[in-house]
Design a protein around this ligand. Sequence first.
Ligand code: ZN
Length: 685
Amino acid sequence: MSKIKHAIMATTLSLSAMAASADANPTFNYNVDRFADIEVLRYKVPGFEELTPNQRLLVYYLTEAAIAGRDILWDQNSRYGLELRQLLEYIYTHFDGDRSSADFKAFEQYLKQVWFGNGVYHHYSMDKFTPGFSRDFFVGELAKVPVAHQGKNTADIIRLIFDPQFLPKKVNQADGVDLIVTSAGNLYGPGVTQQEVEDYYNSLKDTTDTTPISYGLNTRVVKENGKIVEQTYRLGGLYSDAIARIIDNLTKALPYAENDTQREVIQKLISYYKSGDLKEFDDYSIAWVSDLASQVDFINGFIESYDDPLGMTGNWESIVNFKNIPASHRTEVISDNAQWFEDHSPVDPRFRKDKVRGVSAKVITAAILAGDSYPATPIGINLPNANWIRAAHGSKSVTIENITEAYDAASHGDGFNEEFVPDAATRELMDKYLFITDNLHTDLHECLGHGSGRLLPGVDPDALKAHGSTLEEARADLFALYYLADPKLVELGLLDSPEAYKAEYYKYMLNGLMTQLMRIEPGKDIEEAHMRNRKLIAEWALRAGAPQNVVELKKHDGKTYVVINDYEALRGLFGQLLAEIQRIKSEGDYEAGRQLVEEYAVKVDPTLHQEVLDRYSHLSIAPYKGFVNPVYTLVTDAEGQPVDVTISYTEDYPSQMLRYSRDYSPLTAKKCCKKSSHHGCSKAQ
Ligand code: ZN
């Protein structure tokens, strides 16, 4: 629920760059690398120079604390992850054969994929990568790696790379099998079964506790002498060396905290990392959510649990950011008017909230992406995750605008619009308004959509079961779509034209009906909740509006195009579906929800699907995108005291990955080697 995986939205569609973002720095090179199904981009950090030197130093130490946790995620993803990375990087940097040979090229691509996935599994599909180089090539290169640079699991690693049956999927969510036994991730130790873990937590949980800790959030569950025990991620516990380095940098950040509240946030986080006590994590989260005054902000910890098949353990991640003050005006206006939006929504008044709790929402500029948010990153985040903290203390919702800007700018001129948007007038509308309406859509979805509406008394919040997240995302999207077209947005000064919303409407229908299918393999259904939600909305509107010909799929020269004939009527349909989905949620009408999802959201027309794949194959657009970080350099005075920080954007993708592995790898054994200057060489672990 919390980390909004909107990145899909931004990556499946080419958003034409706003003239301003492209022209501001004509030499800025957004495109960094391209391999397999991935494009690596670079993002700008506008406004960094306008921060005070103290704020820049605060950002610096927080970014150091962010990169310091990288190894944790690698180990969470696979128990062989760190050892594998060391081997691959050693071969890559010491290879003395023909670097243009097919085997080496394939090896290089594989390493780039592994870097991107923070391990051998695709970050989105969770499937294991398939090597394009031969086993003989790899074994031959492995033989040249000095024994001192090899770990204990070389035989298993060869199997991991070349045997598709061995640990094939990071997270398995298929029905009817033991999800822990069949998932390859390292959040559970060998031999632990799903039943044992469920029994274990059930025995701990007190169902009358109204402020429960997030059980299992920071632990690995293993079996010791036949007993289930938790190994805690903390100083002195699991991942201690990485956590020590995080603590060290958080401590260095303390003197530069912007105010006492923020200082307390950092202190509470340090204290939690020392104890591993999840009560302390809740204290920290409450302090964090109430820090609204600081411009610089960050998350750092075990946060999202998508990669745990039982949804308990958090993947390590960090994002350091600062508020984009001018753009945040937008989200503040939306938040300030939350009650107006709630009162005027098209849903039955019985299902509306009498009093909407203001959501603190801001537009931010990311300064570093790390752990589970690197290289692939979300574009919107809403935290904390603990429901009782959200209810009692609220949550922070952000839109990461320098990331959306980079997606937008990088896609400029990629041929997408020419291929899929047939008429010049619609293309022009998208050029002009898609950037702002896309951002507003995210704002409305996050600030208002998820928080709107209420359940009737006695309705179980989990009544919609497996369809709950698809319907919840649909509800938030529909709320945003409905209001994007409302004259209120022009009145509030958020849009300067009553036509602007049409850009987002067109994009949404095109994506939901057609272009998002490029992520689905032929013959497969749509599974992911956000993709289902978009298909549900677009397909429902297409069919419900058919009698009035509101939207149609038109054929021209053998190609299918989305044509919207009546935008106002389309808005009416969005309102109608919003009312129905809110009713389903408020009443807990599982059967109606199931029917909507099954009827509109899951099945793919195979002919149209193939057409989309064919048309995409002629464009060189990667289905997935991610980022390299900028490089921050400390400026010191004559006494060696830090006085300021500079930023640069020149590092390429392999250089960044190799530098992080060399300089920020507390969990791997360091061995001195002539070719690189390891920090901490003398401190072999
Ligand atoms: Zn959402």
